[in-house]
Design a protein around this ligand. Structure first.
Ligand SMILES: [Zn+2]
Length: 331
């Protein structure tokens, strides 16, 4: 039975409601996501606005169904949220749901549904007892309390991530601070460093499958990760000195995230250094032996699309004169 936009069933599980809603959410998220390229495109404010459109569709009637949310229906909410979170942070679509939501600072929508349900319940209780609407400041306080509880639940959930372990480990201890900060927007390159999904040997080898080895192009390190580029690789010593002058000598990802979450000056100056240094692109086309940057759009997520890319062995033959000629551009 359909009532006020919700599809009700005899068992109060809302399974049919979410079964019908899920493709609409994914369709809307995908359509809006296509308007949000990683480089250039709409501002962060617009990206948040688009995310809000899909979120409103998803959370319609949340006070009614929040307590009855099944595991399957939680997953149905995560899919469109993931699409929007990835576009909001200008990330590659290989970034995990947990990392994308954490970097975007948007709690999972199933937890946000609980905030709406809790506030609705308290307002209803107040009206039932007094016969009046509660004062706005009371509602604000209830909302804040519910939100704090949600952040605690989100933080607890992030203690056992299913993917993106390094990024989640860095974000989890400061997730409330990171999500609630009023400063700093993520750039294409900064997201690569924080997520580890970008122009790094480890990612290009094991996830994007564009390189035969995860080794660094600049030193003897056998695995070029975001952390290696950030804290170890001698090729980026000058940029690293500039970075440590801003955020301190600890360049572990948790320390970098903590600094950026807590201090707007650290955030903006750190982001500027990373952008100016090309650090997140493994040196770009300018550095000797450097990798040309990955394209601005996420790498293809399916095999059919991957098949259209230059294959590693073909790329190697093209790059016979040196690894710097490695043709990585997907488009
Ligand atoms: Zn290196």
């Amino acid at each position: 039975m359909k009532y006020l936009g919700l599809i009700l069933d005899g068992r109060w599980l809302f399974d049919e409601h979410f079964r019908q809603l899920a493709p609409k959410l994914v369709g809307a998220a995908s359509a809006l996501g296509r308007l949000l390229p990683n480089m250039g495109g709409p501002s962060v404010a617009t990206r948040r606005l688009y995310t809000g459109v899909v979120r409103s569709m998803a959370l319609y009637g949340a006070p009614v169904w929040a307590a009855a949310l099944t595991a399957q229906n939680r997953v149905r909410l995560w899919r469109p949220q993931r699409v929007m979170a990835v576009r909001a942070i200008r990330g590659y679509r290989t970034v995990s749901t947990e990392v994308a939501c954490a970097l975007a600072g948007t709690p999972p929508w199933d937890l946000e549904a609980e905030v709406l349900a809790e506030v609705y319940r308290r307002v209803a209780d107040y009206r039932a007892e007094s016969g009046f609407r509660p004062p706005p400041e009371d509602v604000r306080e209830w909302r804040e309390a519910a939100r704090r509880a949600t952040m605690a639940r989100w933080s607890f959930r992030l203690e056992t991530p299913r993917a993106g372990f390094a990024a989640v480990e860095a974000l989890q201890p400061v997730i409330a601070e990171w999500a609630g900060r009023q400063h700093g927007t993520l750039s294409f390159r900064l997201t690569q460093v924080l997520s580890g999904h970008g122009c790094f040997g480890k990612y290009l080898h094991s996830v994007a499958r564009r390189e035969l080895s995860p080794a660094c192009h600049h030193c003897d390190c056998s695995e070029d990760s975001a952390q290696h580029t950030l804290a170890v690789c001698p090729a980026w010593a000058a940029q690293r000195r500039a970075l440590t002058a801003v955020i301190g000598v600890d360049l572990s990802l948790p320390a970098v995230v903590r600094s950026m979450a807590g201090n707007d000056s650290c955030f903006y100056r750190g982001r500027k250094i990373l952008r100016g240094s090309n650090l997140a692109e493994g040196g770009g086309v300018e550095g000797p032996g450097g990798r040309p940057p990955l394209g601005p759009d996420p790498p293809p997520a399916n095999r059919a699309a991957e098949a259209r890319l230059p294959q590693p062995h073909a790329a190697l033959s093209v790059a016979a004169g040196g690894r710097g000629g490695f043709p990585l551009h997907p488009h």
